[in-house]
Design a protein around this ligand. Structure first.
Ligand code: GRG
Length: 302
């Protein structure tokens, strides 16, 4: 079978257009406010409107497109997912967690504002994400909105991202083997990436087979994303990545890179991307953007 993927320039152009639409929607969903309350909203906007690849919203929009859902119809859901991602970055950067000063090429929220405001800005974004999904503007069918709320909650909470972050901070973390790292990363970064694709299936009323195919694609993609993150962390400068590098190494944490070595880690990422693309066979040519995205994930430089 000939594997269809979109050209790199077309993909980057499409990602840029989707990212702009997501940023405009986030801007509208998080309007500035006057008075003392305005400070937390300013911090939420500082985080949510600060760029980033917008990979998760892109996956949501392009997964939904497989089922005939327009980018506009998927936009609120995509923005809600990015809000949760931004909250996780704000909290991850706090002194109690990674203690980072740099994110997306500028000072982190707690450095630009203060710690209390950063905690509240993360809380505000997390909470607002669910308000966006629950609003009829997100989707006219309440059953679809409920499924989105339940799915995002599961991906973000203790059975997903929060659970993964807890394992990452635990004393057992340093000694994890390959299976342990795989589980940790599947929760910490994989769960939200998987939900991003699943949300497209929910918005589009996909059948069980299509939903399972997208889930399998997203699981492989999420792991490949994390392996590349390890490689970039060791091979790039903070200026190139816009965030500190080498923190896992300095903390003595086991990583895919540390356990496998660079060559095997890169080969594993390539295998995962190949497998991710193969999971989309049932969508044939319609999935060329998602296949291209999988290639983007291993070729990215930030
Ligand atoms: C605080 C509950 C809680 C969770 C934090 C996602 C996360 C869990 C921490 C982020 C730390 C980190 C650097 C993880 C590695 C992979 C990752 C999620 C990188 C950041 O995502 P990108 O590359 O960022 O998509 P942009 O800035 O492009 O959106």
């Amino acid at each position: 079978m000939r594997v269809e993927t979109v050209g790199v320039d077309d993909l980057l152009d499409r990602m840029a257009r989707r990212a702009e639409a997501v940023t405009r929607r986030l801007d509208a969903l998080l309007p500035p406010a006057d008075g003392p309350r305005g400070r937390v909203i300013e911090a939420m906007r500082y985080s949510a409107l600060s760029g980033g690849k917008r990979l998760r919203p892109f996956l949501a929009i392009e997964s939904a497109a497989l089922f005939g859902v327009t980018p506009e119809q998927a936009l609120d859901c995509a923005a809600a997912i990015e809000m949760v991602h931004c909250y996780s970055l704000i909290h991850d950067d706090l002194p109690a967690m990674d203690d980072s000063d740099l994110r997306r090429g500028r000072t982190t929220v707690h450095k630009s504002f203060d710690e209390a405001t950063a905690i509240l800005a993360g809380d505000g974004l997390l909470t607002e994400a669910f308000a966006v999904l629950a609003d009829a503007h997100c989707h006219p069918d309440p059953a679809v909105r409920t499924a989105l709320v339940a799915g995002l909650a599961a991906a973000s909470g203790a059975a997903g991202m929060v659970g993964g972050q807890m394992i990452d901070l635990s004393p057992e973390r340093a000694g994890l083997d390959l299976d342990g790292i795989t589980r940790l990363q599947s929760l910490k970064t994989g769960a939200l990436i998987t939900f991003s694709c699943e949300s497209g299936a929910i918005l589009g009323g996909a059948d069980a087979a299509a939903r399972a195919a997208l889930q399998s694609y997203a699981r492989d993609l999420g792991l490949a994303f994390q392996i590349v993150d390890d490689l970039l962390d060791s091979e790039s400068t903070p200026e190139e990545l816009g965030k500190p590098t080498g923190q896992d190494d300095a903390a003595g944490k086991a990583t895919f890179l540390g356990l496998l070595g660079a060559e095997a880690a890169r080969a594993k990422a390539h295998d995962l991307v190949k497998r991710a693309c193969a999971q989309l066979e049932i969508f044939a040519k319609k999935a060329e953007v998602l296949r291209g995205t999988a290639h983007f994930v291993i070729e990215r430089r930030s």
